[in-house]
Each structure stands twice: as structure tokens, then as C-alpha cells.
Design a protein around this ligand. Structure first.
Ligand code: DX5
Ligand code: ZN
Length: 224
């Protein structure tokens, strides 16, 4: 069975003063919207918090995929849930993973675990069957528009193979530097869900950019 391919546009590269218009452009092409939350500690940048997520949630039916690049995500899970987060990813590097997953389940969000480029596969291996998605970073988190790190591909493949071998339904999501040239590499390594910021919102026609990414993800042979 061919797995469903999802494209999650990341609003990090959208015009924050015109978020609603940006979301409306991609909504016909996808069902998932990636929201990057940065705390100025875990990553050297600050972005948005629960009030903005709530405003987005009032505006759109899209599933909100909130990526918490935070040192203390546990203190904010409930606030993000109340704001309308549907999926939440916390980073494995911050620790307390068992409690964070339990708390996300209790709150009724789809729990996810994110892993930085330099963090080894072993860090996420024990949790693959307990989360709904694994978010494999292919850039150092903190900023949009960086280059895809090909050196992460072996780990991405390891994650995808371990998910399959374990019979898990965990979604393998990839984040960072995804564009029409790199998406095929990530798909071939086993990712089925692709976050894309600058490749979507930096394009003249964001909807066409999502369609193009979806085509290229489904045709990795041609993408080479
Ligand atoms: C980076 C964020 C990404 C970012 C991706 O810290 O987690 O989600 O928006 O942006 P691009 O697709 O431009 O690399
Ligand atoms: Zn992200």
C-alpha cells in the first residue's frame, strides 16, 4: 500500500502580518499546517505562542502541527492544546520524554517527537511505537531557509525502517531545507510527511509550490 504523502507548509516563512491570507493560499492543497514555536533558549530565535495559534485555529480548519522548539514544553502543552494544536512535537533533547508523551496523550493531541541533526537515532528508537509522528530535522532548528543536510539521510532511513520493522503506524516527518530538489531524497529515505517553509511561502505561487512538492515526493526517481 502506498502511504499517504503529506505536505505541511511552515508559516515561519509566511508574512506574519498577513498570516490569514497566506494560509488561505495553501489550504486548498493540503490538510496540515506547520507552526514553529521558538523560545529563545532551545533555539536562538523567538517566534509565536498560544495566542497566535488560537487566532490561526479560528481562521482555518487545517490540522495544526505545532513544533515546540522549547526547553520547557511541558509547561505549555495545555495552553497549546487549548489554543487548538492538533499535533505537537517536543524535542527528544529536552528530556522527560515519557512524561511529555503521556501528557500529550492525556490532552488529546497527537504526540510527536522531534530530533536534531546531530542527535543519534538511539535517542528516538525507544519511543517510535509510542508517538504518532517523528519529526526528523534536516537543518539545525531556529531559522527557515537553510540548506537540507544530506548527512541526516541515513538516520532518516533508520527511523523509517525501524518504524516499519516495529509494525508501527508512526508518521515519519522531515523538516528543514525541503524543496523540489531535496524532497525526493527524503521520500526515498522513507519520509511520508514533509515540512516546507521557504519553498512554499517564498514561491510566487504557494499553492503551485505545494502541488509541485507533492508530485516530486511521489516520484523520487524523477527527482534525481
Ligand atoms: C526550522 C523550522 C522549520 C522551518 C523550515 O527551525 O523547524 O519548520 O520552517 O523552513 P525551510 O523549509 O525554509 O527550511
Ligand atoms: Zn519546524
Amino acid at each position: 500500500m502506498t502511504p499517504q504523502l503529506r505536505i505541511a507548509p511552515s508559516i515561519l516563512s509566511a508574512d506574519f502580518a498577513a498570516l490569514a491570507a497566506a494560509i488561505d493560499l495553501v489550504a486548498p492543497e493540503t490538510d496540515l499546517l506547520h507552526v514553529d514555536v521558538m523560545d529563545g533558549h532551545f533555539v536562538p530565535n523567538l517566534t509565536i505562542g498560544p495566542p497566535v495559534v488560537a487566532a490561526i485555529n479560528r481562521h482555518t480548519e487545517l490540522t495544526l502541527d505545532c513544533h515546540l522548539m522549547m526547553t520547557n514544553p511541558g509547561e505549555f502543552l495545555e495552553a497549546f492544546r487549548r489554543a487548538g494544536a492538533d499535533w505537537i512535537s517536543v524535542h527528544v533533547e529536552v528530556g522527560g520524554t515519557a512524561e511529555l508523551i503521556d501528557e500529550m496523550r492525556k490532552l488529546g493531541v497527537n504526540p510527536g517527537l522531534a530530533i536534531n541533526p546531530e542527535t543519534p537515532f538511539d535517542a528516538v528508537a525507544p519511543w517510535l511505537g509510542r508517538v504518532d509522528h517523528v519529526l526528523v530535522m534536516t537543518v539545525h532548528p531556529g531559522f527557515g531557509g537553510q540548506h537540507f543536510m544530506v548527512e541526516v539521510l541515513p538516520k532518516l532511513r533508520q527511523v523509517a525502517e525501524a518504524v516499519a520493522a516495529g509494525g508501527h503506524r508512526t508518521i515519519v516527518e522531515v523538516d528543514g531545507g525541503i524543496d523540489p530538489d531535496t524532497i525526493g531524497l527524503a521520500a526515498e529515505a522513507g519520509a511520508t510527511c514533509f515540512v516546507a517553509g521557504s519553498a512554499v511561502f517564498g514561491a510566487r505561487d504557494p499553492a503551485a509550490a505545494v502541488r509541485r512538492l507533492r508530485e516530486r515526493a511521489g516520484a523520487p526517481e524523477e527527482a534525481r
